[in-house]
Design a protein around this ligand. Structure first.
Ligand code: SAM
Ligand code: SF4
Length: 352
């Protein structure tokens, strides 16, 4: 029985069992199974979104610490063939900045069973790469876009690249990287008035919009609950212009709660990570660009697979350490708990 079936709440829970079953899968004490792997390909980025990076960027990981393309491919192979991972999401930093991106995707596509593959990107430069990404085997993209206004985009990302993002979106749709999903973070006093325009834009172009509540993962540690635009506020704004009805069917492990827009078939999603945590249904495991496995965005510890890999460990040894990492997963992220501590790594270095 899973944690969801047990009705465990989002951020607290009693372990379902304390003895790990003899399973090859990434199971945890709360009955969850991680089948969705987020792979960060780089911590670098060509934008500087104010909520994600300071203007001068961050101290990038030194090259020798980054996994090579072959090391990445091997770890992804262990996850897919040895641990039951079925979905891979490439992210970063900005994954399009990784020169070997198509190589890593092609190596992943060659695995049996072949996992589904998607990528979260800011869309800059996507127009040029969309065809090659499809050829390599990528199935889908999520493009991050927080505003439709060029001067706001410049203020928000500290770069003048809105047109590139529009072109990237259109190219992704034309290349068949569908459904093209758009991720938006709304911030008070910055772009909170754009819920309706962003949805209209996505409906018009056939993109699927998902709003994401801002989480305490910024390097500046400036996140403030009062500045966060909540899912409730976003939904209230949308309901002023559209009729929203809950999409039939279970939410499953998917973080987005989805609504049919004006009766459907178009949908809009809201990822209420802070106000309505979905930890009880979480099916994720994460690999950072420097080869550390994390069982949660907010975990305080990591498992160093790079050291194992470079020390000559076998695939089965690596798989065993990965399983132990998942088994140690906490019930929830704890953002709403009194003693909450933000993890040391910011979002861009974990892989959003
Ligand atoms: N550079 C790519 C991009 O922007 O899509 C991939 C990495 S980025 C860290 C992944 C997603 O995380 C983006 O949609 C971004 O808006 C979101 N993000 C970054 N910091 C966040 C935060 N503190 N809370 C919520 N979402 C955040
Ligand atoms: Fe770069 Fe994505 Fe962070 Fe923006 S959100 S700075 S695009 S990594």
């Amino acid at each position: 029985m899973t944690a969801v079936e047990l009705g465990l709440p989002g951020v607290r829970g009693t372990p379902e069992t304390t003895t790990r079953p003899d399973s090859p899968l990434l199971v945890d004490k709360f009955g969850r199974v991680a089948t969705d792997l987020r792979v960060s390909l780089t911590d670098r980025c060509n934008l500087r979104c104010t909520y994600c990076m300071p203007a001068e960027g961050l101290d990038w990981l030194p090259k020798p610490e980054l996994l090579t393309d072959d090391e990445l491919a091997r770890l992804i192979g262990v996850a897919v063939t040895g641990l039951g991972v079925t979905d891979i999401r490439f992210t970063g930093g900005e994954p399009l900045l990784r020169p070997g991106l198509e190589r890593v995707i092609a190596a992943t596509a060659a695995l049996t069973p072949r996992p589904r593959m998607s990528m979260t990107t800011n869309g800059v430069g996507l127009a040029r790469r969309a065809g090659a990404l499809v050829d390599a085997g990528l199935n889908r993209v999520n493009v991050s876009l927080d505003t439709l206004d060029p001067s706001r985009f410049h203020a928000l990302t500290r770069r003048d690249r809105l047109e590139d993002v529009f072109e990237g979106l259109a190219a992704a749709r034309a290349a068949g990287l569908t459904p093209v999903k758009v991720n938006s973070v709304l911030m008070r006093g910055v772009n909170e008035d754009e819920a309706v325009p962003l949805l209209r834009f996505c409906l018009e172009h056939g993109y699927q919009l998902r709003f994401i509540e801002q989480m305490p993962l910024d390097p500046q540690h400036a996140w403030d609950r009062d500045d966060m635009v909540t899912a409730e506020e976003i939904l209230a704004a949308l309901r002023g212009a559209f009729e929203l009805t809950p999409e039939p069917g279970a939410r499953g492990g998917a973080p987005a709660e989805r609504w049919l827009v004006d009766g459907g078939p178009a949908v809009v999603g809201v990822i209420a990570s802070v106000t309505r945590p979905f930890c009880a249904a979480c099916d994720r495991t994460r690999l950072t660009a420097d080869g550390q496995v994390r069982n949660c965005l907010f975990s305080q510890s990591e498992t160093d697979l790079r050291a194992l890999l470079r020390g000559g460990a076998s695939d089965e040894e690596i798989a065993g350490r990965w399983r132990a990492n998942s088994w140690a997963k906490a019930a929830g992220h704890g953002i709403n708990d009194d003693g909450f501590h933000q993890p040391e790594r910011p979002m861009s270095a974990i892989g959003g």
